[in-house]
Design a protein around this ligand. Structure first.
Ligand SMILES: [Fe+2]
Ligand SMILES: [Fe+2]
Length: 170
C-alpha cells in the first residue's frame, strides 16, 4: 500500500514537471516567433488604446496570439503564423469606445478587421494564414466572410474567449 502511494506520488510529480517544462518551452517558442511584431513601435502603440475591461488592445492581442499558438501547436497546425496573425488581428489603432462619436462609423465590429489588415500589411509581410486570421477573426459578425484556414477558425474562438474573459474581469 505504502509502495503504491509512493509510486502514485512520483508519477504525479513527474507529470506535473513535464507539464511545467512544456509550458516553459512553448512559452519561449511562442515569444520568439512573435518578438519582432510584439516589439515593433507601431504594434506597441496598441498599449495606448483600452479594449475590453481593463485590458488594452496590445494585451488582448497578446492573449489571442498565445491561445492561437497553443491550440494550433496542439493540433499540429501552423502555430507560428497563428500567433503572428493573433498579435496583429486588432491593429486598428484607435479607441473603439469613442470611434463612432469621432468618425460616425457605427460598424466598428465589421470594419476594423480591414483596417487592422491595412495597417499590418504596411509593416509586415503577411502569409495566407496571417491574412485570414486578421481579416476574418470577427466571424460571424462579418457574415459571409468565413475564415478559409483552420488557424483562422481557431482565431475566431480564441478572440471571443479572450474578449469574454477580459470583459468579465473588468
Ligand atoms: Fe477584432
Ligand atoms: Fe480581438
Amino acid at each position: 500500500m505504502l509502495f503504491k502511494n509512493k509510486l502514485l506520488t512520483n508519477l504525479r510529480r513527474e507529470a506535473s514537471e513535464k507539464r511545467e517544462d512544456l509550458r516553459r518551452d512553448w512559452g519561449e517558442d511562442f515569444y520568439e516567433c512573435i518578438r519582432d511584431i510584439a516589439e515593433h513601435p507601431v504594434v506597441l502603440r496598441m498599449k495606448l488604446y483600452p479594449h475590453h475591461g481593463r485590458t488594452n488592445c496590445y494585451q488582448h492581442c497578446l492573449h489571442v496570439a498565445y491561445y492561437n499558438y497553443v491550440w494550433c501547436r496542439f493540433f499540429h497546425l501552423d502555430a507560428d503564423s497563428a500567433a503572428r496573425g493573433g498579435m496583429l488581428h486588432d491593429l486598428f489603432l484607435y479607441d473603439w469606445h469613442t470611434h463612432t462619436a469621432r468618425t460616425g462609423d457605427h460598424f466598428h465590429g465589421m470594419t476594423h478587421p480591414a483596417c487592422a489588415y491595412k495597417n499590418a500589411r504596411k509593416f509586415f509581410k503577411l502569409n495566407r494564414v496571417e491574412e485570414d486570421i486578421i481579416r476574418k477573426h470577427m466571424w460571424p459578425v462579418t457574415l459571409f466572410h468565413f475564415p478559409r484556414t483552420k488557424e483562422g477558425w481557431i482565431a475566431t474562438l480564441t478572440d471571443k474567449y479572450c474578449g469574454t474573459l477580459e470583459t468579465s474581469q473588468r
